[in-house]
Each structure stands twice: as C-alpha cells, then as structure tokens.
Design a protein around this ligand. Structure first.
Ligand SMILES: NC(=O)c1ccc[n+]([C@@H]2O[C@H](COP(=O)([O-])OP(=O)(O)OC[C@H]3O[C@@H](n4cnc5c(N)ncnc54)[C@H](O)[C@@H]3O)[C@@H](O)[C@H]2O)c1
Length: 390
C-alpha cells in the first residue's frame, strides 16, 4: 500500500515518518524543494521534534520519498492533506493553501482512492469545500462511490508529535459511512489508538472545540490572576488548592499565541456571525479579547516597575526575555510576547529583547534590539510572569 502525505511541515512530516515506520510506502508532497531534498537525503528539517531525526535518517529517500510536484505522487491508495489554514485580517479562514492542495490531489487521484484531511478546519469544510474541489478536478463523484473522503484532525504538540501519534487517541470520521469505514481501516495500519466517530463534521468539531476550551480556560485564569493581584492574593497558592478532580484552573499568561488556539475559536465565531446567531459565541469572543488584551496588563506592570527607578522613563532599558509564543518553541505566529515588545516600543519606551532561540540579526530583522538581561534596568520574563528591577 502506498500513501501520500501532502504538506511535510511540523505536523505532516512526523505523520509521514510514522506511516513509513509502520512498513507502508509513503510519498510526501511539499512545494518547498529544499525541504524535499533534505528529507530524501535523510536530513530532518524539523530538528526540535523528538525522535524525528531517527525516522528521517532511516526512511528518508527510501520508504519515505519527498516530491515537490503532485504529478509525481500518483498511484497512491490514500492521500492525506495536512497543510496550514490561516485566518485573514477580518478573522475569516483563508482557504487558499487548502484549496491548492485539494485541487492538486484531485488532478492525480483515481477511482477508489481515499482522501483524508488532517488540517484543523471549520466544521463542514470536508463535506462541502473539499468534496467540491476534488470532484471538480477529478471528474469523479463521491455519491456514486468513486472516491472516499474523511477527516482525522491531527492532535499533535510540537516536540512530542511522534509519541502523540503512537499513543494519544486519534479520531476519524467519513463524510459518508463508506468513507468512514475505509478511512478507519487504512489509518488502523499506522495509528494504534484510533476511534471512529459518526461523521467528518463531528471529527472537525472535536479538534476545534479542544482549542476553544483551552482559550476560554486560559482567559478565565488570566482574569482570576488579575483579580487576585488586585486583592493582594497569591494566585498560585490559591490555584494549587483550588484545583482538584472537578476544578482545573489553567496557568495565567501574556495571552495565547501560535497557529492553533488563537485561531480555532474564530472558526465558530465567524460561522455563527454568518448565521446571525451572534449570542451563540459570546464567551468565545470575550475570551479572545481577554487573552489578546493581556499584553496591556503586562505593559502597565512594566511601566509601574520603571517608575520605581530614579531615571527618566524614556532612558530606562527594558528587556523582554523571550519573544516566542511558547517557551522553547521558535515560532512567532500570533506571539503575544513579540506583540508586547512592539507595544512597549510604540509607547516610546526603550525596549530590548533577549531570546536564545534567535540570533542578533534575526531580532534586528523584527525591528528590535538585543540585550543581555544583566544590562537592562527592568527585565520581564513572559513565561514566568516576573518583572524584575535591577
Ligand atoms: N505544528 C503544530 O504544533 C500543530 C498543532 C496542531 C495542529 N496543527 C495542524 O497542522 C496544520 C499544518 O501545520 P504545520 O505546523 O505542519 O505547518 P508548517 O508551516 O510547519 O508546514 C506546512 C507545510 O506545507 C507546505 N505546503 C504549503 N502549501 C502547500 C501545497 N499547496 N502543497 C503541498 N505542500 C504545501 C509548506 O511548504 C510547509 O512545508 C495546521 O494548519 C494545523 O491544522 C499543527
């Protein structure tokens, strides 16, 4: 059996590696030629992923071949699509990359093939948009059983993707029952902990609501943190004893970043807006606002610290110790820590950055300057939420 994985990024490559390691032939398609070359030479382009070096070294260019053209990936029985889906300035999903990938597959698929979407998407994307793109390109129709279509949201976490794929429960659902059964049978060959759900729509919703849950609960933690601070209560002490089997207060933060959690609530908010059900997604919208506004709270805390120093405020050197969205992950998409550094600069303050994941040149390209924390007057650690005056 030959399986194609479309998109060999942080999510797609570990999946391709795990499928190859289970003994199936894998063709990976990625428009990035350099990435394909690396993989075929056994070099792992996602080094931060634990265990991936070994898998790419073992299978790259052998059981796992990477190609940059869809036309070189024909003849597979299943096509798994795992490319990014971004939101635009108005927070609506931008389906451009997804459509290109589905149309690419539509051109090469044959009767009897299965297509599975793994990218997290708004509910009904698979049954409506993906189906239409595939039918238009292939000339095949789903209703007549000429191909099969399912959704299986990828549930990885950068750095731990391989163990997640091998252990964590993964769900799969077809756009019709035949697709569900076919997809389950094929996925079972490489995903040990697989659950079939009743439809692709349910599978899509499962992943989106996981993100919503996290966003809302982080917003709650952020709000309670601010209240505790106002009342001079140690939030962490209170949280430790408040949490038990039926209560889990998350950790506070500077907000929520990355490609996933700050994006998924918008899938539902925007859909409810389209349906004029504005009051159905109130908590999702408010949580987004609370999390995004946390940088204003931390700005005030930093300014208060500056005011304790006997120097004009515009001469005080402020160091933001970490600009990524998560500690130790070199990713800036929707990073609130980067947004905080830029906000402080906009306010006319002398802000600098210290982040071991970035070179001086990379920091300068972001329009910021590097500093050693020891050379700053005020240091803010966004991962420990500590403001220190030197
Ligand atoms: N990285 C994570 O931690 C994570 C976590 C949860 C979910 N996801 C899911 O995985 C999806 C993909 O994210 P990622 O982190 O792998 O993105 P990524 O940016 O790391 O990789 C995407 C890859 O797709 C390739 N690509 C772009 N357009 C293409 C096309 N038309 N045809 C073929 N390849 C194309 C790019 O060259 C790139 O290598 C996300 O949208 C999300 O749903 C990722």
């Amino acid at each position: 059996m030959k399986i194609a994985v479309i998109g060999l990024g942080k999510a797609g490559l570990p999946l391709a590696g795990v499928i190859a390691d289970s003994g199936l032939d894998v063709i990976g398609v990625d428009i990035d030629e350099k990435r394909c070359e690396d993989i075929n030479s056994g070099r792992n382009p996602v080094p931060e992923e634990r265990g991936l070096d070994e898998l790419i070294e073992k299978h790259g260019g052998k059981g796992l071949t990477a190609v940059s053209s869809y036309e070189d990936a024909g003849g597979c029985e299943a096509y798994i699509i795992i490319v990014p889906l971004f939101i635009d300035g108005a927070k609506n999903p931008d389906f451009g990359i997804l459509e290109a990938a589905f149309r690419g597959v539509g051109r090469i698929m044959e009767s009897g093939d299965l297509v599975v979407l793994e990218t997290t998407v708004p509910p009904m994307t698979t049954e409506k948009l993906a189906k239409r793109w595939l039918e238009e390109e292939s000339g095949l129709t789903l209703e007549s059983g000429e191909f099969f279509l399912a959704h299986s949201p990828e549930r990885i976490m950068t750095g731990f993707s391989i163990s997640r794929l091998r252990e964590f429960p993964k769900v799969i659902g077809g756009v019709n029952p035949e697709s569900g059964v076919k997809a389950f049978d094929i996925y079972k060959k490489f995903i040990p902990n697989l659950r079939m759900v009743s439809s692709a729509r349910v599978a899509e919703f499962i992943k989106v609501i996981e993100g919503c849950y996290r966003d809302v609960n982080i917003a709650l933690a952020n709000e309670l943190f601010k209240i505790a601070d106002e009342l001079e209560i140690d939030f962490y002490e209170a949280r430790k004893y408040a949490n038990h089997e039926y209560c889990y207060i998350h950790m506070p933060s500077t907000g929520v970043g990355g490609h996933c959690i700050p994006v998924y609530p918008w899938f539902l908010i925007k859909e409810m807006e389209r349906r004029e059900k504005y009051d159905y997604s109130t908590i999702l919208r408010v949580s987004r606002e609370i999390n995004d506004q946390m940088i204003n709270y931390w700005l005030d805390k930093i300014v208060l610290a500056c005011m304790k120093i006997d120097k004009p405020i515009d001469e005080i050197k402020i160091c933001i110790r970490g600009i990524t969205f998560r500690d130790g992950v070199k990713e800036l998409y929707h990073s609130r820590n980067l947004a905080l550094a830029r906000l402080l600069r906009e306010k006319g303050l002398k802000v600098y950055v210290s982040d071991e994941l970035f070179s001086r040149e990379e920091i300068e390209k972001l329009g910021l300057d590097q500093i050693e924390p020891g050379d700053a007057d005020v240091v803010f650690d966004p991962f420990r939420l500590e403001v220190t005056i030197k």
